[in-house]
Ligand binder design. Structure first.
Ligand code: MLT
Ligand code: ZN
Length: 463
């Protein structure tokens, strides 16, 4: 890219501090949590939507490719740059006053998820997307990847919690979509098209988020299980329990062991088990006895063999800490390849049994760490490098085993990306989950929004 020509064309049009040019300053903007190698050619840090629009106009005229960049906590490589101009939203983090009539809040794309939570909490309201990365990830990234997280079973994915969106096309046109109307049945839903498009169609600059009240009263339960099948059977029972399920997460012994070793967080169960489930439930105050009785019945009927009940905030945090520490503990221990897949919930145990069997039979040098959102049919398969394997061998083994995973997924009618998105890492496997007709429409839609192919090029689909 000829950055000198670009900068001289930009001179006088923008404040001087808009651009980061120095390679050292640009370094962290090139890659994300996948640790995929990346380089930002130049970084632009606008403060307003008008600046975003002017930058994109200039890039369009000069055919400069652009990578939109939020907190870069993505796990599919959607924000990885390969020499492009990186458009960072870190200065666009304004939060407007909470609208207590509409239960909404208008925020700029660079606001972190945690900042939004803290901003709304004094009104007794929350944006219910809860992610382990909430301190760093940004609303623009949450929406462009349609983030999921730990409470999808109760609240759904990010796309359910958006009323209005402001976005800028590659040509610099500002789209003001729906503002804050609760009802608006006027044609195609461009908001929902842009959500989850990973910055390939337009750049999200502001959003009006829908809010809800905090859960009534919640308890966290923690159970040991012999297998994913036993966990799934219990889940079916829990679906009929005297409460609303806020979260239903599972993880294997290997995950608990690595969290204990890395972060010194222990389960208070006192014995180990091949699998564990964490369930958070919500119920009205005064119904504690009913929930206690239900638990007693589960134990009596041997649906569960043991369990912990966390009622206080600190006890709940302690149990959640076991689940929330898994990703960082694995990342800090060994190279890992992550597969965020989904299958229909009822088929989850059968799918995982086949994956485990296939790995055992393959004789490949891979350790499998299983955890994820059982209640959403969305397990995270983490393939971890054993100490005795070389990096080259591990990469080869993963490439081999990845084929098995995706062939199995197809036969289960599953998806290659449940919540992390497609980015560059899942792009080549998109046809496992999408038909030729869908792929054709994807390309046609991309061409309509970005005919020159300059916006987040090479992500999600190739033209
Ligand atoms: C999670 O469920 O913890 C996140 O999706 C992150 C991950 O898969 O590692
Ligand atoms: Zn997840």
């Amino acid at each position: 890219m000829d950055w000198k020509t670009f900068l001289s064309a930009a001179k006088g049009l923008f404040p001087d501090d808009l651009f980061l040019i120095d390679a050292e300053d640009c370094l962290r903007y090139g890659s994300d949590w996948t640790k995929t190698a990346g380089t930002a050619g130049l970084v632009v840090r606008p403060r307003t939507t008008d600046e975003v629009s002017e930058v994109l106009k200039l890039c369009s005229q000069m055919k400069i490719p652009v990578v939109p960049s939020g907190g870069r906590t993505g796990l599919a490589g959607g924000a990885v740059a390969r020499g492009e101009l990186v458009l960072s939203f870190e200065r666009m983090n304004r939060l407007s006053e909470v609208d207590i009539h509409g239960n909404t809040v208008r925020v700029q794309a660079g606001a972190t998820t945690q900042a939004v939570h803290e901003h709304c909490a004094p009104q007794g309201l929350m944006w219910p997307i809860d992610l382990a990365s909430k301190g760093s990830c940004e609303i623009g990234g949450n929406l462009s990847t349609n983030a999921g997280g730990l409470r999808v079973i109760r609240y759904g994915m990010a796309r359910k919690w958006v009323v209005g969106l402001q976005a800028v096309t590659m040509a610099g046109e500002i789209l003001e979509l729906n503002r804050d109307l609760e009802k608006n049945n006027t044609g195609y839903d461009l908001i929902q098209l842009l959500i989850g498009s990973e910055g390939t169609l337009a750049v999200i600059t502001e959003a009006t988020l829908k809010l809800t009240r905090f859960p009534n009263h919640s308890w966290v339960m923690f159970f040991p299980f012999e297998s994913p099948r036993a966990t799934l059977d219990f889940f079916a029972e829990a679906r009929r329990g005297p409460f609303e399920i806020l979260a239903f997460e599972f993880f294997s012994k290997a995950c608990l062991d690595i969290v204990s070793a890395r972060l010194n967080r222990q389960s208070r169960l006192g014995h180990s088990s091949p699998f564990y489930a964490l369930m958070e439930v919500e119920f009205p105050v005064g119904r504690e006895d009913e929930v206690d009785q239900w638990l007693g019945m589960m134990l009596e009927n041997r649906v569960v063999s043991d369990g912990l009940l966390a009622k206080s905030e600190s006890e709940k945090d302690q149990v959640w800490g076991l689940r929330e520490g898994i990703t960082e503990s694995i990342q800090a221990t060994a190279p890992v390849k992550k597969y965020d897949v989904s299958v229909p919930v009822r088929k989850l145990a059968a799918f995982l049994e086949e994956v485990e069997r296939a790995l055992k039979q393959s004789g490949l040098g891979i350790e499998l760490y299983l955890f994820g959102h059982l209640g959403d049919g969305s397990p995270h398969l983490n393939l971890v490098k054993p100490a005795i394997s070389t990096m080259e061998q591990f990469n080869q083994d993963c490439a081999e085993f990845e084929k098995t995973i995706f062939v199995l997924l197809k036969s289960y009618g599953g998806s290659v990306s449940a919540e992390h998105g497609v980015g560059i890492l899942k792009k080549h496997w998109l046809t496992v989950s999408r038909s030729p007709a869908e792929m054709r429409l994807f390309r046609d839609i991309k061409r309509v929004f970005d005919p020159q192919g300059l916006l987040n090029p090479g992500k999600v689909i190739d033209l």
